[in-house]
Design a protein around this ligand. Structure first.
Ligand SMILES: [Mn+2]
Length: 321
């Protein structure tokens, strides 16, 4: 790990122009780690462009804007591509990977499922967030953290630790947060901006989704789902469902929580899995070419909702036995 961060510092020092990208359905860590890295590279007088398949979600729009491939007039000119928080290149969507061919690829990520697709791979599954790794890169490169950089780092760590609640939270996480607060981050403002604002449409969708909650007979597995017609009926978007799995997760006695959702892709169901106990949901997601972390993972499965749900629940029941 240490070798790889040194190699990355070497590549950054040697080159002048960079493209940063991350995964589709961008979360706080994807957005925050990208803007934090952009600040760091710009501080080092590098040319930087962030390109992603989808625009910055409204929730994180206060961090800035990036470019979508559709807005590019020509192929961006750069020497090094740095991919953040993405276990494989498929996670970037369809439009970004074609821009990266024949470039130096650096892969920085904390997912245990990472496929090591880069020329240099710095994977630290102990890091609470990819943003935490970018923080360490700031330190390694002896770079002062600007207020913008601090805000981006704080958003990455706050969201990927579920507001400092998940098992990836430790004293390092809090030490870093403390340093960022000293730079001028106001935790109350950030938490309110990210978690305290919901659209009416998303609340209506939540109500529909909550009405689908089911729990297995032994009380160990709980799940809920969203169908496309619920999105249509409420005017909510897929982005609005990102925290739905946590409502099931909070049910007393539960060990595994699953959120099923129909997608834009017909005949494909998206799953978010959460574990509260010892069950490794990353191992479950891997059976379906997905992955993530032992306690939080995702995957996509071909099929219809009413076929996929019983199939997955039966599979998880086997794992729990
Ligand atoms: Mn992450």
């Amino acid at each position: 790990m240490t070798t790889n961060i040194n190699e990355i510092v070497g590549v950054i020092n040697k080159h002048d122009s960079f493209l940063i990208a991350s995964h589709i359905n961008p979360d706080g860590d994807a957005v925050g780690s990208q803007f934090a890295l952009k600040s760091l590279l710009e501080h080092k007088k590098k040319k930087v462009v962030i390109v992603n398949a989808e625009p910055v979600p409204f929730t994180y729009s206060f961090l800035g804007k990036w470019i979508c491939p559709g807005e590019l007039k020509s192929k961006p000119n750069f020497e090094v591509a740095i991919i953040l928080d993405s276990a494989d290149l498929k996670r970037l969507g369809k439009t970004v990977p074609p821009l990266l061919s024949d470039k130096i690829l650096i892969n920085i990520d904390h997912h245990v499922s990472n496929g090591r697709f880069g020329r240099i791979n710095w994977i630290d599954s102990e890091a609470s967030a990819t943003g935490e790794m970018i923080y360490h890169l700031y330190k390694k490169m002896d770079c002062k953290i600007s207020k913008d950089g601090a805000l981006a780092l704080y958003v990455a760590i706050l969201t990927d630790t579920g507001l400092f609640r998940y098992t990836n939270t430790d004293s390092t996480t809090h030490d870093i947060a403390s340093e960022l607060l000293k730079i001028g981050i106001e935790p109350q403002w950030v938490a309110e901006r990210i978690y305290g604002i919901n659209s009416l449409a998303s609340m209506k969708l939540l109500a529909l989704a909550l009405s689908t909650i089911k729990v297995s007979d032994d009380g160990r597995i709980g799940w809920l789902y969203v169908r496309s017609d619920m999105l249509k009926k409420t005017g909510a978007s897929f982005q609005d469902t990102k925290d739905f799995v946590n409502y099931v997760r909070s049910i007393r006695g539960l060990e595994v929580a699953i959120f099923f959702s129909e997608t834009e892709t017909k005949d494909e169901i998206k799953l978010s899995l959460r574990s509260k106990g010892k069950t490794d949901v990353n191992a479950i997601a891997r059976n379906f070419q997905g992955g993530g972390h032992p306690q939080a993972s995702g995957c996509r499965i071909k099929g219809k909702l009413d076929e996929v749900i019983p199939m997955v629940i039966a599979g998880v029941q086997k794992v729990l036995r």
